[in-house]
Design a binder for this molecule. Sequence first.
Ligand SMILES: [Zn+2]
Length: 95
Amino acid sequence: MISRVCDRCGQPIEARALRYIARIQVYAAYDPLEITFDDLSRDFTAEMRRILEECRDLTEEDLMRDVYVDFTFDLCPACQKQYIQDPLQIAGSGN
Ligand SMILES: [Zn+2]
């Protein structure tokens, strides 16, 4: 009985067969803030207006994609072996 399909190669994965789950989280990194006196004395009103204007035509989903995205993939054993060798697919990109 087939319960899943490998998200990488499309092969069916039988129920109770060995399969792998690849979870990928991509989120905005941040460094600790260093706030100076100049920062505190600046008027950010114009900058906030500009940012709000940039966001005006974006959906909530668009905005979230800039901050956090996660993916979950089912992998068959053969794809798991290939995937962990080169998860960023650098070898096959020609770079
Ligand atoms: Zn596969």
